[in-house]
Design a protein around this ligand. Sequence first.
Ligand code: GLN
Length: 282
Amino acid sequence: MNEGAPQTVAQAIARAAGLLALTSDTARLDAEVLMAHALGCGRSDLLLRRMGDAAPACFADMVQRRAAHTPVAHITGEQDFYGLPFRVTPDTLIPRGDSETLIDLAQQVFAAGAGRVLDLGTGTGCLLLTMLHLWPDARGVGIERSAPARGVAQGNAGALDLAARADIRDGDWTQDGWADGLGQFDLILSNPPYVETGADLARSVRDHEPASALFAGADGLDDYRVLIPQLPGLLAPGGVAIVEIGHQQGEAVAAIGAESGFAPSVHADLAGRARAVMLRPR
Ligand code: GLN
C-alpha cells in the first residue's frame, strides 16, 4: 500500500481490491468488509456515508494480512451466517454460505419448528444456534471434540442470547460411548469433515482453518461411514437428519444412508450443486 498521501475510504478500497485480486476471488468484497471493520461500521454504511472520509491507518495492515492469505474472518474475528454474527477463531471452521442450505431444508421439513436439535461437530455453533434463533421453543445440543472450538461455540451462544437453550458438549463420534445419555432428537444437523485428505485447497483454507474440521480420509467419506450408522438411535420418532456433503458425494453418502436404514434424498444449494443429504428413517 502507498504510505504517502492519506487516501479516502473509496480510494483505499479500490487500491486494496486491486492488490487482493492477485490472491482472492472476492477481492472487492474482502476490501469492503475489512474497511467496514476498520471503521467499525456496517458494509452498507460504508457505501452510503463514509466514501469521502480518510481511510484509517489500520486498514493497510489488514489488507496486507489478507494479501498473505489470511481469511477475512480471521482478521475481523467474525463471520455472518444466515444473517447472524458468529465469532470465529483459527480453532473453528469458518461458517460457509453453502451450509445455509441445511438451515433452509430444516425449515422446509419442520415448518412449525422442532423441539430438540442436535448438531454434530458444531464448531462455531452456527448450525445449532441458527436453528435455536429461528425456533424460539427449541432446545439443542452441539457436540464438539475440540475444547477451544467449544469455547467459541459457548461464546456465540451467549452473544446471541441462546445459552439457556444450547448445550455445548464434548464428544467424538469415532469413540465408543460418546452418545451415551444424549437422548433423541427431532432434527440432527451435521457438517462433518468431508474433504479428501491431501486435496489441493486454497492456501487461505489449508494454512488457516483446522485440518480436523476439513479432512476425512482418502475419499472424504470416513466421517459419514462412522457417523451415519449411529444416527438411527439418536432420532426421535418422526425425526430427520440432514448432513452437508461435497458436491460429488451425493450418491456415496446416500448409499451409506440406505445401508443404515434411511430413505436418503440429495439436495442442491443455491448454485444448483449437490450440498446436503436428508436422511429419513424408512
Ligand atoms: N458446524 C460447523 C459449521 O458448519 C463446523 C463444521 C466443521 O467443523 N466441520 O461451520
